[in-house]
Write a protein that binds this ligand. Structure first.
Ligand code: AHR
Length: 701
């Protein structure tokens, strides 16, 4: 965990760090160049055993991590356009205003929780229309998440609950511009004495990123309203309660093989009372209780989770994009990082008492989650899944217990969870349990977790490792997993990102991640899953940098780091091919270099990193090369396995020619992969551009 603090000294600090880090990076390059002889002009060669067979690559290797951080869910992926739709924010009427449309129209509004729509979301709004003399109408308006974006010709689905004792007229719903111009209008039929849900479709006549939603009555009386909701008709797959199309598309284009959800620290909560509770995220959206978002603490804007994007929507999304669902459940522990004196604390609000844990809601919730995902329609939770529209099971195979947890208290809790789940859940047999190794990729906590895992064979399927580290760490760690026990417990690199000195998503961080990822592919018998974190960032609502995808209310773009993820995810074969990258005639200089050289897909001293795999489905050889140097490199590529390589292949290249290249709302396509056809064959030469990630797909005959 590495929280982003904003200080007035930031610009000065950034300058200092800039001055320190740039040379540091340069020094690293020179030092790490190891045996490379300056000006060494011997040709570089990549020898590939076309008929060889290295490790089988985990088919779930590259996935994605979703957490509701940086407004990723409400105001982001979740397409709801109304903010504070059920009046449950601490400031109950926040983002709502009184509207008296005509001259002489009068009214007022308050919020109340007497006789509510439901007990889970008890607050609603009461609009008192005092006079409609001006004949314009009296009601309320909402400006969404910094303006409601509407597009001319597009439809919007409006719905609300209303009731009244003394008003039986209809309500007029409109989308309006700042100056009151009406873009769309619809009617909600007669309001009755009991809560009733009504809906209408609004087609906008104009395009405006800053529209508002207005609901008015046209006669005196009192009307209660709740769950006032507006969605674009054009959601992902046109679903009701849907997700934002462009954001899902970016995610889907990455072809993640799994999706970790719901985080992250959000799983743990600041205290247990605000930890993520999946049962609050399923069923009718009007009945899903809201939660405070711990990433909003200390921010100048409110941050809540409506849970409109909940566990059902998560499973459905996974199914849509072909990703294995990978839920993380709370281990009966609030965030260990945020709760300093954790081990000695007797506060049940941050650590659920161990002796009662087996019978606690935390363990039961995990058991029930398996039933919700995999149980039959006649089971309680499988039945709810079916009632929500998905009778077929979601085929859940993974369960992470705890996010960034560690220590005796965690290990004991993990074992309680695991044994009770296995004993109680008929769906647990084939589930792979994932254990956290804490916040860092090394150190005492990390070592302690691995020691425990190694001494308890069969206890866990994978260890969740997290690394938010500088680019240098990623280069240094390319061979990290070469040393891992091939027959030991597998690894889930569950959160990682290269944090360059300004925590930017640029080519500096992207190339470091790419170099490291060659090591993940090469060790994909050990590392079964890996996900960059976090995924989304809404401009203006940043609690964490860097992130893969940036968006605002109307646009979105992928960062260079996003394209790195996408290129790896879509260009990883079925098994590694033995290969060697080196200078012709070059000899390893030391035992260390010999070891590095021996590794398939070795790193050349001139900051070239490579891994080669074979895609059995297409028959292609897939070469991935990262050139992290500030010069182009020509490499002779030899594919052995006589005459097997075809003559025309594909090169996909991501580069900006420098380390600072990045994308932005103004230039979303500044750094994107470019694909072209290239001549290939058993022997061919390819120029790998400076500061680039290249994928070569070579057909075989
Ligand atoms: O990815 C952002 C945060 O980093 C996650 O919530 C947490 O697990 C880690 O510290």
């Amino acid at each position: 965990m590495n929280k982003k603090a904003v200080s007035p000294l930031l610009p000065v600090l950034m300058l200092i760090v800039l001055l320190m880090t740039v040379p540091a990076f340069a020094v690293f390059v020179a030092v790490d160049a190891g045996a490379a002889v300056a000006g060494d002009s011997r040709p570089i060669q990549l020898d590939i055993e076309g008929d060889g067979r290295g490790v089988r690559i985990s088919p779930t290797l590259f996935g994605a991590f979703f957490e509701d951080i940086n407004y990723a869910a409400d105001g982001g992926l979740y397409a709801e356009l109304v903010q504070n739709r059920s009046f449950e924010f601490a400031e109950h009427a926040q983002f709502w205003s009184l509207v008296c449309k005509g001259k002489g129209d009068k009214g007022e509004f308050t919020t109340s929780d007497i006789d509510p729509l439901n007990a889970n979301n008890p607050t609603y709004v009461r609009v008192k229309v005092l006079s409609t003399e001006g004949k314009g109408g009296v009601g309320i308006s909402n400006t969404g998440f910094g303006g409601i974006p509407v597009v001319a010709g597009d439809e919007y689905h409006f719905s609300m609950y209303a009731r009244s004792g003394d008003y039986s007229g209809s309500l007029t719903v409109s989308l309006e511009g700042g100056n009151g111009s009406v873009y769309a209008q619809g009617k909600i039929p007669a309001v009755t004495g009991s809560w009733q849900k009504s809906a209408c479709v609004l087609r906008s006549r104009a395009t405006d990123a800053g529209a508002k939603l207005v609901v008015v009555a046209d006669a005196a009386g009192t009307i209660d309203m709740d769950m006032i909701s507006l969605f674009p008709a054009k959601t992902w797959r046109n679903r009701t309660n849907g997700l934002r199309r462009d954001l899902v598309q970016l995610l889907a284009d990455m072809k993640p093989k799994f999706l970790r959800f719901p985080g992250g620290c959000i799983v743990e909560g600041n205290r247990l009372s605000d930890a993520y509770d999946w049962k609050k995220t399923v069923g009718d959206v009007a009945e899903r209780p809201m939660n405070i978002n711990l990433w909003g603490i200390g921010q100048p804007y409110p941050y809540y989770q409506t849970h409109g994007l909940g566990f059902y929507e998560f499973f459905q999304l996974c199914e849509d994009i072909g990703a294995e669902p990978l839920p993380v459940v709370n281990a009966g522990m609030a965030c260990q990082v945020r709760n300093g004196n954790y081990t000695t604390s007797n506060d049940p609000g941050i650590a659920y008492p161990l002796e009662k844990l087996a019978e606690s809601k935390y363990v039961q919730d995990a058991i029930d989650l398996l039933e919700f995902a995999n149980g039959p329609v006649d089971s309680k939770w499988g039945g709810l899944r079916a009632a929500m529209g998905h009778p077929e099971p979601f085929n859940l195979k993974y369960l992470a217990i705890g996010n960034e947890n560690w220590g005796e208290e965690y290990k004991q809790r993990f074992e309680i969870f695991r044994s009770r789940i296995l004993a109680e859940s008929p769906y647990a047999k084939d589930i792979q349990f994932i254990v956290s190794s804490g916040t860092a990729p090394s150190g005492m906590v990390f070592a302690d977790t691995w020691d425990w895992v190694r001494s308890s064979p069969g206890l866990v399927g994978m260890v969740d490792e997290h690394y938010y580290q500088p680019p240098e760490w990623f280069y240094r760690s390319v061979n990290r997993y070469d040393k891992y026990d091939r027959n030991g417990t597998k690894v889930f690199a569950g959160e990682y990102a290269a944090h360059e000195y300004r925590r930017k998503n640029n080519m500096m961080s992207a190339l470091a991640e790419a170099a490291f990822m060659t090591g993940l592919v090469r060790n994909a018998d050990v590392v079964r899953m890996a996900s960059y974190a976090p995924l989304f960032n809404k401009a203006g609502f940043t609690q964490w940098l860097p992130d893969l995808i940036f968006f605002n209310n109307t646009s979105s773009y992928g960062t260079p780091n996003y394209y790195v993820q996408k290129m790896f995810s879509t260009n990883t074969g079925t098994h590694v091919l033995p290969s060697h990258l080196g200078r012709v005639g070059g000899q390893p200089q030391s035992a260390k270099e010999q070891a590095a050289d021996a590794a398939e897909g070795a790193r050349l001293e001139d900051l070239l990193y490579s891994v080669v795999s074979k895609d059995e489905k297409t028959g292609e050889i897939v070469v991935i090369v990262v050139n992290a140097a500030d010069k182009d490199h020509r490499v002779v590529i030899n594919v052995s396995g006589a005459g097997k390589a075809g003559s025309t292949g594909t090169a996909i290249v991501l580069t900006s020619g420098n380390l600072t290249g990045e994308n932005s709302f103004a230039k979303p396509g500044n750094v994107v992969p470019v694909t072209r056809r290239i001549k290939t064959g058993p022997t061919f030469t390819h120029k790998f551009k400076k500061y680039s990630l290249t994928v070569l797909r070579i057909p075989t005959k």
